[in-house]
Structures are given as structure tokens and as C-alpha cells.
Design a binder for this molecule. Structure first.
Ligand code: SAM
Length: 225
């Protein structure tokens, strides 16, 4: 996969649960979803009576405009997946059609919830590497399909500052996946873990029950020691 910009593709609550190995207790924590984009994680949890705060620069736009941005890039992204099916594991999304239907259902759920959720402060227009939250405001910060994945567009320094900022506002941080768009491990991963270790954080690589990019079934969990 090659992309010249970050695409507004979103995942479901079930995918978040798998990617981040979220337990029922985890879902009761105060959760910050960073770079949540058009994921339906927030909307689905809200429907279950829970409250998550999501942030993303996309949230400066209206829901319909975000859907249009998805529509503009969808054929290219799904076309690239179709051209290299061997790069992906089809255990969760059985085939390309299921994948496309899921991504469309997810963004539709998101759009339906967005205006109300934004008014309620559940969707916040903000972006890494600087967040306007208090120290330790959240029990758990999650960041999926942004850091590491787009290593070709964002520098190591951006990754480090972003991770430190998320650890400032959250007690624990989980990031998934750790691969770049081309399916190779991000070159930032090892130096970042070393740097965090030296700053007194505890980093753990955890295998999870979600693998779409071949070999991409590891999540990085960072806590304060
Ligand atoms: C591929 S989407 C992933 C959405 C969601 N996390 C998921 O996995 O379903 C990546 C998101 O990163 C967001 N993004 C881009 N630059 C960002 C930044 N500087 N800080 C936070 N999010 C950013 C994009 O707007 C986009 O919604």
C-alpha cells in the first residue's frame, strides 16, 4: 500500500477490542481515542451507555464532508488491496467485499453519531503532537492506524513527541499496528522503545487477535513504571 496522505478509514468497536486486547474493565476506564477519525468505536460504545473522547483533525469538518473524503479515496485504497491480496490476512474480513462493506458501515455509524457527539464533547478537533488535556486526564489512550503506519509521512521526532504527549494525558497508551503501509515494521519502533525505557516508561509488545496486514498482529502497550 502506498498513500501520499492519511486516509479517513475507520474501524469498528469489535476491531478496536481485538486490536487493543480491550477487556471489559478496560472499557470502563476513561478512554481517549487519538486519531479516531471515522471509526465507530466511540458511537458504538456510546450506544452501550459508555463515554469515550475521540480526537482527530478531521473533526473540523461536518460528518457529510468526512464521508465525501472517504468516498474520494475508497476506490484507490480498495484497488490497492485487491492488487496485492497476498499482503493481507483474510481471517477477520473474509474478502474484499466484506472489508469494503465493513468500512462503509463503520463510517455511516460514525456520521450518524458525529454532530451530537461533537456537541457533547465526545469528538474533539485536535491533533498530535500537542493536546490540550490535563495531565493524567485519561486512564487509557488508544491510537490505531496512524503512528508507525504512516512512518513515511511523519518523522521519528513527531512520533516521540506524540507518544510522550499521549502519556502525559493518559496513564497508559496502546498503539496498533506497528507496521508501515508497506507491511514492514516501522524503523521508529526499536529506537522509540529504547528512548521510552530510558525515560522510565515500561513498554510491552503484545500479540493480539487481529491481523489484517500480514505479520501485523502486535500491539505496543506503554505504562508508567
Ligand atoms: C487511518 S485513520 C484511522 C482511524 C481510526 N484510528 C481507526 O483505526 O479506525 C487515521 C487518522 O489519523 C488522523 N490524523 C492525521 N493527522 C493526525 C494528527 N496530527 N494527530 C491526530 N490524528 C491525525 C486522520 O485524520 C485519520 O482520521
Amino acid at each position: 500500500m502506498k498513500l501520499s496522505e492519511v486516509v479517513p478509514f475507520g474501524r469498528s468497536l469489535d476491531e478496536y477490542r481485538h486490536m487493543f486486547a480491550l477487556s471489559r474493565q478496560d472499557l470502563d476506564k476513561t478512554i481517549l481515542g487519538v486519531a479516531d477519525g471515522p471509526a465507530s468505536f466511540n458511537a458504538e460504545l456510546f450506544a452501550q451507555g459508555k463515554r469515550v473522547v475521540s480526537l482527530d483533525p478531521l473533526y473540523q469538518f461536518e460528518g457529510e464532508e468526512i464521508k465525501k473524503q472517504f468516498d474520494r479515496v475508497a476506490d484507490d485504497v480498495f484497488g490497492q488491496v485487491a492488487s496485492r491480496p497476498q499482503d493481507y490476512v483474510w481471517a477477520y474480513h473474509k474478502n474484499l467485499q466484506v472489508l469494503r462493506e465493513t468500512r462503509t458501515r463503520v463510517i455511516d455509524l460514525f456520521v450518524t453519531d458525529f454532530a451530537r457527539g461533537k456537541a457533547e464533547g465526545r469528538y474533539i478537533y485536535a491533533q498530535l503532537p500537542v493536546l490540550e488535556f490535563r495531565n493524567q486526564q485519561f486512564g487509557l489512550a488508544l491510537c490505531s492506524h496512524f503512528l508507525f503506519l504512516y512512518s513515511s509521512l511523519f518523522s521519528y521526532e513527531f512520533h516521540l513527541q506524540s507518544v510522550l504527549e499521549m502519556l502525559r494525558v493518559g496513564n497508559e497508551l496502546r498503539i496498533f499496528p506497528l507496521l508501515r503501509l508497506d507491511g514492514q515494521e516501522s524503523p521508529y519502533l526499536t529506537p522509540l522503545i529504547k528512548e521510552l525505557d530510558s525515560r522510565g516508561f515500561h513498554c510491552r509488545l503484545e500479540k493480539v487477535a487481529y491481523e489484517m496486514q500480514k505479520g501485523g498482529n502486535t500491539m505496543l502497550k506503554i505504562t508508567k513504571t
